[in-house]
Design a protein around this ligand. Sequence first.
Ligand code: NAD
Ligand code: DAU
Length: 337
Amino acid sequence: MKILITGGAGFIGGNFVHYMTKEHPEYEILVLDKLTYAGNLETLAPVMDRIKFVKGDIADREAVFGLFKAENPDIVVNFAAESHVDRSIEDPGIFLRTNIIGTQTLMDACREFGIKRYHQVSTDEVYGDLPLDRPDMFFTEETPLHTSSPYSASKASADLLVQAYYRTYNLPVTISRCSNNYGPYHFPEKLIPLMIANALNDKPLPVYGKGENIRDWLYVEDHCKAIDLIIHKGREGEVYNIGGHNEMRNIDIVKLICKELNKPESLITYVTDRKGHDLRYAIDPQKIHSELGWLPETKFEDGIKKTIKWYLNNRSWWEPIITGEYIDYYEKMYGNR
Ligand code: NAD
Ligand code: DAU
């Protein structure tokens, strides 16, 4: 079995490559990644002798078709994306190109060369948000798509295309929509790694608005397990929500990080809210549980400790990232906030 993992030098894709090398040692693993600011070959260094890495853009038709012709993969799992909501608010264009045109290009290649399964890694953000005062409400696979940011709109557009390719061309597809992930190799522009890195450097911890927005956090390895199950046992044409009923307010996460690192809460700084900020995400994972037997295994209390320990022990991974271009990004996003 040959599996093509796009975006495999990013956070979740990288963790998935590690996971698949362990769980399926007999598989040939091919990674296609453009190595944008979010891609890092250091993430793949521990498994580089087990995989084949190709640098390339999923929206580059010639490159993608050339790769499929040469490699003929059996399964494609598409993690490649522009993934940061704040960047999409600043500059939506690249989100449309990578997340929509890139998905179309990959699926066209799948049609041309044949494939056993195309899996689209999507997000719970396609459902929009839930009110803070309705803890009884959850996203199910039937919740209408209702997006808030250019990022989520681009991901929802891609999902619609995937479903269109299933209906029109019978392409054997599946889609997963997961809640917020955390864990090792997470780029320090996102809440948890940004707060860990800043706290370790005694820098202000910028909380948007009042910090009351809620996210449903899942340890990244649990997401990887779910995708492994879906690509092997999931039903073609189906959507599976992935999440572990672990809702937390942003401010509580930041306070927990301060506590774990023995840093004062006085580092917390409330800054101007994100435009169009989604209030609450919460996944109902009943379908993947009943159909595929998936349940999250890592409790948040353990996962966050493991994650913080990883950042403490792997400064050589993240310290070089928060230099150069990242400093300009940080100044632009947080300088006058
Ligand atoms: P990430 O930003 O850490 O990594 C994205 C990877 O894709 C990088 O390695 C980057 O170099 C690569 N890439 C970007 N544009 C590319 C292109 N045009 N061609 C080839 N490679 C390209 O993202 P992530 O957090 O690991 O997210 C991975 C996927 O999971 C995304 O599709 C995202 O929408 C989805 N997702 C993320 C979360 C989360 O909490 N992070 C939750 C649910 C779903
Ligand atoms: O739900 C899945 C989504 O989770 C994925 O599709 C996205 O790719 C991923 O980036 C993530 O989106 P969020 O916008 O929820 O994640 P982020 O880490 O950017 O922000 C989490 C919450 O923390 C959100 O309410 C905004 C807030 N926040 C974020 C940053 C970076 C802050 O308060 N301060 C910050 O500096």
